[in-house]
Design a binder for this molecule. Sequence first.
Ligand code: SAM
Ligand code: SF4
Length: 327
Amino acid sequence: MAAELVDSFGRVHRDLRISVTDRCNFRCTYCMPAEGMAWLPRSEVLSFEEIHRIARVLVERYGIESIRLTGGEPTVRAHLPRLIELLAGLGVDLALTTNGATLRLLAHELAGAGLRRINISIDSLRRDRFAEITKRDSLDKVLDGIDAALEAGLAPVKLNVVAMRGVNEDELLDFAAFGREKGVIVRFIEFMPLDAQQAWTNEQVLSYDEIRDRIGAVYPLEPLARTSAPAERFRYLDGKGEIGIIASVTQAFCESCDRVRLTAEGAFRTCLFATQDHDLRALLRNGANDDELAEAVGTAVRGKWAGHQINQVHFIRPSKSMSQIGG
Ligand code: SAM
Ligand code: SF4
């Protein structure tokens, strides 16, 4: 039987997030600068075989149960379905987070390769605003991508909406209506200080309470039992589905965090906001065996901190942006 990946606070980690690339075809203002991103050279990015090996060690040795692929934009990595196929062979709950722009082309192939669940990021339903946020005029493609994901049988389809004051706060109800009509779960995410521009301020965060109250006033809501996932879930009282709110800033869920991360260049991270990386690529490429890899991961997790403390004066912003860590 596998050991547990447990830290010094007793938290057991069962969820692995893997960034497959730091590259992206969008430039969302809250995530990447519009220009001047220096991409990792190819040779520094883990190969599919290297990703699979690390994932296999975590599954076999520590009972990791779910893996989510992210980035950067995972769909810009060539032959992504091949990686999905490899990881699906590990028997884990496999999911993908994407900006959705290429799903019309890819969704069926991804589902055929073994992908089960998908999160699609979309922060505005208005064409101009969408283009302003992402720096790409791609709203139609993303909307079509959502349909393609539904048609491919990926379930559930969830939409990730970063809720930002003064940017898209007037669209909360539009998103709720859209989700109810399409049968997809909309998840509102509090804006986190992980923008490459470092322009984040607390005032821009549309809080969990505001989001719940504004939607609940029009579409009455009832809380649902929480899972290990970070979203607080609510169902519509009229039975037309559910929403999630990820309150990473105002109600940090660090004490129940069960997530670890692997960046595109093979750095193991125990928190999105970690200030320290653990270089698994160097171990792999220097011939480490599975025991040595497992030991490095176990040691990193034992040293995990209690939480990110965004709201404390001593909070240190990570030097990397969300796209480089893997959101
Ligand atoms: N490119 C894919 C996408 O956009 O879904 C995957 C990577 S992206 C970094 C993962 C998620 O992080 C997206 O849902 C995105 O909206 C979210 N995200 C990025 N920067 C964020 C920030 N500063 N605060 C909150 N969420 C953020
Ligand atoms: Fe790209 Fe996703 Fe970041 Fe937008 S949020 S810039 S789509 S990685």
